[in-house]
Design a protein around this ligand. Structure first.
Ligand code: HEM
Length: 429
């Protein structure tokens, strides 16, 4: 029987075998909404599963800092990450304690840094891109269907949902269109390095990873250098803004710009591609909802919000308590780690009536798939929505003719982002 003493929400193997541990999340929300999680292989931390508590922590960055850590992981994974930061810091001659990217910054620096980029991600900025993204999405769906008809089946995860997120970030940073395929191939080669399809003859997974990440690194570094050399301060894409920006009168350093562009690729790629694949899966598994959407495509906006809530692709984010405080009467000590589990908050019955029902007509949908609002709410939320809308509109005319083949493979990537590794579809017989 499931009990608080034995429950496990950090086993990647369990995520791969059973999907999100919703039963465990329900038990925690019900009986221990502020739970001290002590398990072998992890530094103990507080688990938050209720919508209201995730909101409170997210909106109080003075008490809950992002500077120390934003994720919990096994000591091996933490060591590896810290080693990478140290190597990077040595290479660019800065302190390894400098924040690796926006997610690790606290106010006021966080706000100053973020404001440089926010004009690029407003709903108005996104509206200007809508037609272009519709065209791109239509092209990717066409290629996908050609593949499907050629081979009899095709993988949504690999051959459809992967394309638009990389194109979107290239667009945002002003990478020339001619380079998009290269960036896509290096990104795929990095993400999929364990897959023999991405390995050259004689290469193993590590060699394929190093080859692709080095090429991507080199490309981004050159892009940043060229923009720094050529900038006249008037460019409006993200990279031009970073180059032209001043914080307290000082320009950003080369490595800060480089890390930021890289971070956009990391933060915006896997998340959006998996939400896209997860959304297509949810619609195929709920034909009555798909029928509603096909009958009334104006439901695309609420369908996107429900897909975001349902898939909850970002699994957790962590904060460190900066002073003794209380949540629901439970004392949290200065220095302790508090972890917000978004899929748990997204199934909280106090925030969502009938939370286990996939309902594309849900009107009030205050999901936390982009975080619990506040300082760090996902910078790319509107961009992700734009992409999901574009793909849904493009795929909708054919989706009713498709069916799933086998069981989709879902894993947790370092417990922070869920990954749909395979989602095979074919035309209905
Ligand atoms: C479905 C797709 C996406 C999901 C589910 C997602 C989810 C999240 C979550 C949960 C956070 C942390 C919020 C917090 O700490 O309170 C976050 C932060 C962030 N995301 Fe996203 N994201 C998505 C797409 C994107 C895209 C497309 C981009 C950029 C191009 C992006 C860029 C960022 C950045 C830069 C941050 C850090 C913001 C900050 O600390 O101020 N994300 N995202």
């Amino acid at each position: 029987m499931l009990t608080l003493d034995t429950l496990d929400i950090t086993s990647e193997q369990a995520y791969a075998e059973r999907g999100y541990p919703y039963e465990e999340f329900d038990l925690l929300r019900r009986e221990a909404p502020v739970f001290w999680y002590q398990r072998p292989g992890f530094e103990p931390f507080w688990v938050l599963t209720r919508h209201e508590d995730v909101a409170w922590v997210s909106r109080n960055p003075q008490i809950f800092s992002s500077a120390q850590r934003v994720t919990v992981d096994t000591p091996d994974a933490v060591d590896m990450f810290e080693r990478q930061l140290e190597e990077r810091a040595a290479m660019f001659g800065h302190s390894p304690d400098d924040p690796p990217a926006l997610s690790w910054m606290d106010p006021p620096r966080h706000r100053q840094f973020r404001q440089i980029m926010t004009p690029c991600f407003t709903p108005k900025a996104m509206a200007a891109l809508e037609n272009r993204f519709d065209e791109l999405a239509a092209g990717y769906v066409r290629q996908f269907m050609e593949r499907l008809d050629g081979f009899g089946e095709a993988d949504v995860a690999k051959h459809l949902s992967a394309r638009l997120p990389v194109a979107a970030i290239c667009e945002m940073v002003g990478a020339p269109h001619a380079d998009w395929d290269d960036v896509f191939n290096w990104t795929e080669g990095t993400v999929g390095s364990a897959d023999p399809d991405y390995q050259l003859e004689g290469e193993d997974a590590e060699a394929a990873f190093v080859r692709n990440i080095s090429a991507l690194n080199q490309y981004v570094a050159t892009l940043v250098q060229e923009r720094m050399a050529a900038s006249d301060g008037t460019g409006t894409d993200v990279l031009s803004r970073l180059v032209a920006a001043r914080i307290n009168g000082e320009a950003l350093k080369f490595h800060e710009i480089l890390y930021t562009v890289f971070n956009l690729l990391v933060a915006g790629n896997g998340t959006t591609r998996n939400a896209t694949a997860g959304g297509i899966q949810a619609l195929l598994e709920h034909p009555e909802e798909l029928a509603k959407l096909r009958a009334n495509p104006a439901l695309v906006d609420s369908a996107v919000e429900e897909i975001l809530r349902w898939t909850s692709i970002a699994i957790h984010f962590a904060r460190t308590c900066t002073q003794d405080t209380e949540i629901r009467g439970q004392v949290i000590r200065k220095g302790e780690t508090v972890v917000m589990w978004y899929p748990a908050a997204n199934r909280d019955g106090d925030a969502f009536p009938d939370p286990y029902r996939f309902d594309i007509t849900r009107t009030a949908n205050p999901h936390f798939s982009f975080g619990g609002y506040g300082e760090h709410i996902c910078l790319g939320a509107n961009l992700a929505r734009l992409q999901l809308r574009a793909i849904l509109r493009a795929v909708l005319p054919v989706l009713g003719d498709l069916e799933l083949v086998g069981t989709p493979e879902v894993v947790a990537q370092h417990l922070q982002v869920a990954e749909i590794k395979k989602l095979i579809v074919r035309r209905k017989g």
